[in-house]
Design a protein around this ligand. Structure first.
Ligand SMILES: *Cc1c(COP(=O)(O)O)cnc(C)c1O
Length: 499
């Protein structure tokens, strides 16, 4: 199957799309068509393990990979012992029509592992298939979770290296320590003086810079991306939408063909876009509900059709969603415009030059047949965490709680009681401070750091602290580099030259 750029440049194969990450024209790679899953094929997923489900979905897109290659990659990525739940992505019941899809059972306790455990395998194979002999150097901007997940995925993988930029004051203490304590001879972690958008913009500039590519090439390296714009990040995420549906079928919560809704805590729009892809493949979906924190650029977009980054940026309790430029939205715009690359180019140019674009009433109407959107601020999010613990006996992290609250509001407004899956994107102990504050009040935080807060939370909520969190404070900090947002290129080269 050919892969096209959302901005119109020449078609490539799946492995080329994965290797390049971003198209030369700045666009994102999209599949030439959506492979179809029949209801019978969906029903058959019930008897399969998560790994088998993944092979079934991935092979339909990655047609220049052999089935042995895909099977081996999936076996490595989702091996027993890497995920602390044998189901990999288990579905838990909150009430008769509300379920939680837990995507945080991987090594870094956030949903990024679902894709980033697999991506290094796909990247290595893609390099081989395309005769690439240089080191594949992954460059990542992270709002917190991607960075560690990429470092875990690529750490010590031969033929690759992984350099991560994170906003100095934009990640949780646990997230920061997770990254700065990373071992691995091929890993670099650099703090940027700025917010996530500064880091992401800086990385995009490096990918677009011929001069930087030359500097890397002269060191025997070629750049590649592990950010969620890479198709190799997107496609593993399609799997868990099907997997959740199969689990609901098996549990008797729905019957085959019933439509299910998903509410997704959204930042870069990768996770929810995977749900849209699943729907295009034939998964019976009622609504995809896009949940934002106080940085509600997407809520406003779905309300008005105008995407505008001309607004204040807020730091919230759900930092992985503190994003103004949701890169993966470009793939949705491509579909809604009828795959009109010219149109997408114009909107993206307007975003760059004017800070906003408007898709018009007709396109917005089309989107709203599938999407709904809502926002929850920190106060509402904390109240939701407490409510879910009290009423459902379920402890959720702030990102998940944003989604849960947005679902509650959506149901109240729309009298829609469709069976809905809340995508849970992080273990609550990754964000122990706000979660403890939510459960026991601000005063409970007095004098505590994130790790002491975890212990108190364990006693208060009765949910055990994961072993990874317990070990973190004892690990040595190995990465201390910082740079200004203008100097990210220099910082990467210095990191290579010094290691
Ligand atoms: C990355 C992340 C999100 C947002 O996912 P997108 O694909 O960027 O929309 C939500 N929650 C957590 C915990 C994350 O790490």
């Amino acid at each position: 199957m050919p892969f096209f750029s959302t901005r119109g440049s020449d078609a490539v194969t799946a492995s080329q799309a994965i290797l390049r990450g971003i198209a030369p024209d700045g666009g994102l790679y999209v599949p030439g068509e959506f492979p179809q899953m029949t209801l019978d094929e969906i029903a058959a997923l019930q008897q399969m393990s998560y790994r088998e489900r993944a092979v079934s979905i991935l092979s339909r897109y990655l047609d220049d990979f052999t089935s042995e290659e895909i099977t081996a990659s999936v076996a490595g990525a989702y091996a027993d012992g890497k995920f602390d739940d044998p189901a990999v992505a288990p579905v838990k019941k909150l009430d008769d029509n509300t379920f939680v899809l837990e995507l945080f059972h991987g090594p870094t306790m956030a949903f990024k592992d679902m894709a980033l455990q697999l991506l290094p395998y796909l990247t290595g194979l893609s390099a081989k298939k395309n005769g690439e002999e240089r080191e594949v150097s992954i460059l990542v901007a992270t709002s917190g979770d991607t960075g560690k997940a990429a470092l875990e995925g690529f750490g010590d993988v031969p033929g690759t290296s992984c350099t991560v930029f994170y906003p100095l004051d934009g990640v949780s203490p646990v997230q920061q320590l997770q990254m700065t304590t990373t071992a691995g001879k091929n890993t670099h972690v650099i703090a940027v003086h700025g917010n996530f958008d500064d880091a992401q913009t800086g990385v995009k500039k490096l990918f677009a810079s011929g001069e930087f590519a030359d500097a890397m090439n002269s060191r025997g390296k070629v750049l590649s991306s592990a950010n969620s714009i890479n198709f190799g990040r997107l496609v593993p995420q399609v799997v868990y939408y099907f997997s959740a549906y199969a689990d609901l079928l098996a549990a008797g919560a729905i019957t085959l063909g019933d439509k299910v809704s998903f509410v997704v805590p959204t930042g870069n729009f990768g996770d929810i876009l995977a749900g849209y892809y699943a729907m295009q493949m034939g998964l019976p979906v009622a609504k995809l509900i896009c949940a934002s924190n106080r940085n509600k650029v997407l809520t406003d977009f779905f309300a008005t059709g105008e995407y505008s980054v001309q607004r204040e940026f807020y730091k919230t309790d759900s930092p992985s969603m503190d994003i103004l430029v949701s890169s993966n939205l470009e793939r949705l715009l491509y579909e809604v415009s009828g795959r009109d690359a010219e149109c997408v180019r114009t909107w993206m140019e307007e975003l760059k030059t004017q800070g906003c674009y408007d898709i018009g009433a007709e396109n917005l109407y089309t989107l709203l047949q599938t999407f709904a959107a809502g926002t929850a601020d920190d106060e509402e999010t904390r109240a939701e965490i407490k409510r879910c613990l009290t009423e459902n006996g379920y402890l959720m992290d702030p990102h998940t709680a944003v989604a849960s609250k947005v679902l509650r509001d959506y149901r109240a407004e729309n009298e829609d009681d469709t069976v809905t899956v809340v995508l849970s994107t992080a273990n609550p102990y990754k964000f122990a401070m706000p979660v403890l504050a939510a459960v026991a009040g601000d005063e409970a935080l007095q004098g505590l750091d994130a790790f002491a807060a975890s212990d108190v939370l364990e006693r208060t909520a009765g949910v055990p602290v994961p072993a990874q969190v317990k070990a973190l404070p004892t690990l040595p900090v190995l990465h201390t580099a910082q740079c200004d947002k203008e100097d990210m290129g220099k910082a990467v080269l210095a990191a290579f030259d010094n290691k």
